[in-house]
Design a protein around this ligand. Structure first.
Ligand code: ZN
Ligand code: ZN
Ligand code: ZN
Length: 332
């Protein structure tokens, strides 16, 4: 066993990886190692730190019995094909590499094989624009939340849907959850991913992500759900993209700013305990005003009210806060 095995797994060419896995017995070996893996065994949790003596690998005979394959010589050949890339050999047997776990998670843990759904339901949460109850539904791996009364904060082609957000959410997340619980889990899952993107780390592959701002020039949402030009109520959208795995996060700057420590401490100073990964962030975002005060270099001013005071943040193009002023109500 060596760390080099893990490095090899990451450098396997994609077409070779597909060739290795395009075999039922090899896939059953990955499945058996996944099923026999005990995630809460400390020796598995703290791997490669030499803290625990135990080797938790599965022995050849246990693996052979589990898969139920007829011929040992041929079975050994299939294990050899997987070894180094998807399976690691240890002193006592075999275990999955990180690449092996990724295959198991994607295929066995339900991301692609299950099709759960939730019935469209009104839930115990209110619209940030009009306070009416919101409606949650699920389609094509996305949770969609709309207002039951108003035009929402996005304008679709027909201009009539009341959309508040759509977020990707794996089907596995719907299991054992009510529509209310799925709604809050969707926010927690996506906002924590967004926080990772804001910190420059892709939550899917850990690569560097690139951020950019999409500022709508003729922005005019008026009384509609969103502006006819950019389809949204907010003027400035943040886009972050991982060029390696093509994961992406896009959303209002007025939401992203609630992950900033200056804003969190401003709210704290006013007695408010704010959790970024929450529906409250959507509500608070609607109270933030956004102004483009300069375009060369780009300077954006966000004004956040709390009680009768205001926090005024000036950001540059890379979303660094270059100036922060707290305006107290006594200042006028
Ligand atoms: Zn509404
Ligand atoms: Zn990535
Ligand atoms: Zn616009």
């Amino acid at each position: 066993m060596s760390r080099g095995d893990a490095a090899d797994a990451a450098t396997l060419a994609p077409d070779d990886a597909f060739a290795v896995l395009a075999n039922e017995t090899r896939f059953e070996i990955v499945r058996a190692l996944w099923e026999l893996y005990e995630p809460d065994d400390p020796a598995n949790v703290v791997k490669f730190a030499d803290l625990y003596d135990g080797d938790t690998a599965v022995t050849f005979s246990e693996l052979y019995d589990r898969v139920g394959y007829g011929d040992t010589g041929n079975f050994n050949y299939h294990i050899e094909q997987l070894t180094d890339h998807f399976v690691r050999r240890t002193d006592s047997g075999y275990e999955l590499t990180e690449a092996g776990f990724e295959i198991a998670r994607a295929v066995i843990a339900g991301t692609v094989s299950e099709r759960p759904s939730i019935d469209t339901a009104e839930i115990d949460a209110t619209c940030p624009r009009c306070d009416a109850p919101v409606v949650v539904s699920y389609e094509n791996h996305h949770v969609k939340v709309s207002c039951s009364q108003c035009l929402g904060i996005w304008q679709n082609a027909a201009g009539d849907e009341g959309v508040l957000f759509t977020f990707a959410f794996p089907p596995a997340g719907l299991s054992h959850r009510t529509p209310d619980e799925a709604f809050h889990a969707t926010l927690a899952y996506n906002f924590n991913r967004i926080r990772s993107f804001i910190h420059g780390v892709c939550p899917d592959c850990s690569s560097v992500v690139e951020g950019s701002l999409d500022i709508c020039e003729p922005h005019e949402p008026g009384g509609r759900g969103g502006c006819p030009d950019c389809h949204r109520r907010h003027r400035i959208e943040v886009s972050t993209v991982c060029n390696r795995c093509k994961s992406v996060a896009r959303g209002p700057l007025t939401i992203a700013i609630f992950a900033h420590p200056t804003l969190i401490s401003f709210l704290h100073d006013h007695g408010a305990v704010h959790h970024f990964a929450s529906w409250e962030t959507f509500h608070l975002a609607q109270t933030v005003s956004e102004d483009v005060v300069d375009t060369d270099p780009v300077r954006i001013r966000l004004t956040v009210p709390c009680d009768d005071d205001r926090l005024q943040l000036t950001l540059d193009e890379s979303l660094e806060v270059v100036d922060a002023i707290t305006k107290l109500s006594v200042d006028g």
